[in-house]
Design a protein around this ligand. Structure first.
Ligand code: TRP
Length: 333
């Protein structure tokens, strides 16, 4: 499509405030992957309205998330960073793919079941067909790889099935994408309950470090993190609290768990927690600073939004026209 680099697609929803888990598990990997792939990183706002949102709040969060992609280190001149809602091809392809996806397949999606339970008063058709829109996102750009968390793997499997089904009928139209599961920091856990994922929607603010937390708050949250009985810094399943803190430390510093055990050999929990807090502060500080600067630079951000949505539309419409022709829609002359 562009050069000989493979194509990568991923996206995040602008819900809640991003946590250290989102940063270490996704964004940081996205930055690394952007050297190797031609990347499309979308703020998937169409997905966001499957749950009721306050419009002003959604708009603000979506813009903040887009700015955060750049602040985290993604070069918007090289990577296509854009809003899903600015490319109508997502919704158009989703409609077509809806006609190639079975009710039974969507009924099996565990995220649909979870979300229907959580939002029992608003089980809308969009929530049900959410995975089809996600398939459209990916297939629209002929993505070869999709970095996703384990919770999205079922949706990616469905994407592959739908792509193959379509290709079997109409010939090779879609690239069948492969998942990419990050190696480091893939699962940072709650600071208050290390059996749970660190989540944007956790009700306990001490459970998560938010990307925009100030240094004092970060240090305090690390100090208050639940730890296990004993006093040694060891990377063991029986010590899930310390294990999680070691994972955080390693995700921030690039060190290995064994190195970290050695580094803190003979030191206590208190000292280790303080060190974790410090490396998190050091890592987030430049991201926060860039975020503040970029947020003020409205013209620059607006230009990025405009140029990248044009670029995304260009590639999206290539695939869309092909698909429309294949299924039998009339030529445009
Ligand atoms: N559903 C994903 C999530 O909630 C977000 C998403 C939407 C996505 N479209 C995508 C992720 C396409 C990867 C590729 O995390």
């Amino acid at each position: 499509m562009f050069n000989d680099q493979k194509i990568l697609f991923s996206g995040m929803q602008a819900t809640g405030t991003l946590t250290l888990g989102n940063y270490a598990g996704a964004l940081k990997n996205w930055v690394t992957l952007s050297d190797e792939y031609q990347c499309f990183y979308s703020v998937v706002d169409l997905h966001s309205i499957t749950i009721r949102r306050d419009p002003a709040d959604l708009r603000k969060r979506a813009r903040d998330l887009l700015i955060l992609y750049i602040a985290a280190g993604l070069d918007p001149e090289k990577n296509c960073i854009y809003y899903q809602s600015h490319v109508s091809g997502h919704a158009e392809l989703a409609w077509i793919l809806n006609c190639f996806t079975y009710m039974g397949e969507l009924n099996r999606m565990t995220q649909f079941k979870d979300k229907s339970r959580k939002h029992a008063d608003n089980i809308n058709a969009g929530l049900f067909t959410y995975p089809v829109l996600m398939a459209a996102d990916i297939l629209l750009y002929q993505a070869d790889v999709v970095p996703v968390g384990l919770d999205q793997m079922q949706h990616l499997e469905l994407t592959r099935d739908v792509a193959q089904r379509f290709n079997n009928i109409y010939g090779d139209v879609f690239t069948v994408p492969e998942p990419y599961v990050g190696k480091t920091g893939a699962s940072i856990k709650s600071l208050q309950d290390p059996s749970k994922k660190m989540s944007k929607s956790d009700e306990n603010p001490n459970a998560s470090i938010y990307l925009m937390d100030d240094p004092d708050t970060i240090i305090r949250k690390c100090k208050r993190a639940v730890t296990d009985s004993g006093s040694e810094i060891l990377y063991r399943d029986e010590k899930p609290g310390i294990k999680n803190l070691i994972d955080i430390y390693c995700a921030m510093t690039g060190k290995k768990p064994e190195e970290t055990e050695k580094e803190f050999d003979g030191k206590g929990y208190g000292e280790f927690k303080a060190a974790v807090g410090e490396v998190v502060v050091d890592q987030l500080r430049p991201v926060q600073q860039r975020f503040e600067e970029l947020s003020k630079n409205k013209d620059y951000i607006n230009r990025i939004i405009k140029e990248n949505s044009e670029k995304a539309n260009y590639y999206a419409s290539k695939t869309l026209r092909k698909v429309q022709r294949k299924v039998g829609f009339p030529d445009r002359g």
